[in-house]
Design a protein around this ligand. Structure first.
Ligand code: MTE
Length: 395
């Protein structure tokens, strides 16, 4: 055939030959043609890979679940593949009057206890942290990729505290400690634990946690910045006051314009981002596009997402793909016909408390430009006539 699509007119090899046998790959892998969809490290971000971060490729993901192999990673002292038969979780009190009996659990013991499975997002407090002053990175992978969402399975922490006979009148805080060398310890207010949402998780997306994400045990603290989701969890201590550990007194705090630091801003406020089209991509031609993105809030469910195609002058309400879950990513989609002229695409999330995601102008008025953490400003993607998409900031 001299004309027409050879891919239709000729029989490809795979229609005339035998395929691979079952279990050729006992653990399934993505197609070889998807080999560019990877988590990536931003060169120069940290001098030591073991104290760095790799970003999830949000531009290539669908729906709300992050495949476990593409979940972002943030380690302060590298990751370990811990032998579960040697891992222990200890629950104790800062003083003995706070609970009846300190206990040590093996993984097998924990897995016998009543379990729950829930879908939640995890976002590092430093996500979008490079963009406080101006545009710094080109793609959504680097602007927003310290974000992932999984179905976590585990034991509600409240169950373990009840099992140890914690006195909730006195014990108002929990300290979570990891088994890695980073001395990662975080204070969690007891109200969060009492709500039943905080979990000691061993499962992620239907299988055991991946080593990079805390195998065999991690804390899940829905809505709260990632640093509190202590990986390789080995100890929970109940106490009667916040612990002010190094990772909460010096790091993960907000520098305000007046030079003061704000501590314990742990809940991730409502935020959203368009993932397709996004920075670094090129539109094929003018015409129809499905514009798609993610929205989330640490305070509950996403109520509405509006999208602008003209840099925030006019807004249209996007379709939210249900079921909309508590403290989970929510996928939004909206139809768009590109007329081939320059455009600026933005999304703005509103959560069930009525909180609306701020513009850069609004956020900087309160927070200045020199912070690292908790940047939830509206993201803008500029499209020029050639179809190229780039990262810009609109006040
Ligand atoms: N827990 C331990 N033990 N050590 C760590 O370095 N990093 C924290 C948190 N828990 C960390 C940890 C930070 S800063 C984040 S953002 C999340 O884990 C990242 O989780 P992930 O690597 O599963 O994406």
């Amino acid at each position: 055939a001299s004309e027409g699509d050879a891919n239709i007119l000729q029989n490809p090899a795979w229609t005339t030959s035998l395929g691979q046998p079952v279990a050729a790959r006992p653990y399934g892998m993505p197609s070889q043609y998807e080999s560019q969809l990877l988590r990536r490290e931003s060169p120069g971000l940290a001098r030591v890979g073991g104290a760095s971060v790799s970003f999830a490729p949000l531009q290539g993901l669908f729906g709300i679940i992050t495949p476990s192999g593409l979940h972002f990673e943030r380690h302060h002292q590298g990751w370990h593949d811990i032998d579960p038969s040697k891992h222990r979780l200890m629950v104790n009190g800062s003083d003995d009057s706070l609970l009846k009996k300190a206990k040590v659990y093996t993984l097998d013991e924990l897995m016998r206890l009543p379990s729950a499975s829930r879908i939640h997002f995890i976002e590092c407090g430093a996500n979008t942290g490079l963009e406080w002053g101006n545009v710094a990175v080109p793609t959504v992978q680097y602007t927003h990729g310290m974000l992932s969402c999984s179905e976590f399975t585990g034991v509600p922490l409240k169950y373990l505290l009840d099992d140890c006979g914690v006195d909730y009148k006195k014990a108002r805080y929990v300290l979570a400690e990891g088994a890695d060398g980073s001395s990662m310890t975080r204070t969690i207010p007891m109200e969060m634990v009492e709500s039943g949402e905080v979990m000691v998780a061993y499962g992620q997306n239907g299988e055991m946690l991946r080593p990079e994400n805390g195998y065999p045990l991690r804390l899940v603290v829905p809505g709260v910045q990632g640093v509190s989701w202590v990986k390789w969890l080995r100890r929970i201590e109940v106490g009667d006051q916040p612990y002010a550990t190094k990772d909460e007194a010096v790091h993960y705090i907000d520098l305000l314009p007046n030079g003061l630091h704000r501590q314990y801003s742990s809940v991730q406020e409502a935020k959203s981002v368009i993932t397709t089209p996004s920075g670094g991509q090129t539109l094929l031609d003018h015409g129809f596009y499905n514009v798609s993105g993610l929205a989330w809030s640490g305070r509950g469910k996403i109520k509405q997402v509006d999208v602008s195609f003209d840099g925030g002058i006019n807004w249209q309400t996007a379709r939210l793909e249900g079921p909309i879950q508590n403290k989970a990513l929510t996928r939004f989609n909206i139809n768009w016909v590109w007329d081939g002229k320059p455009a600026i695409l933005q999304s703005r999330a509103m959560d069930e408390t009525g909180y609306v995601q701020p513009t850069y102008g609004q956020l900087r008025k309160v927070r200045g430009t020199k912070s690292i953490y908790h940047n939830n400003a509206i993201q803008s993607w500029k499209i020029i006539e050639s179809g190229e998409v780039s990262n810009v900031q609109v006040l």
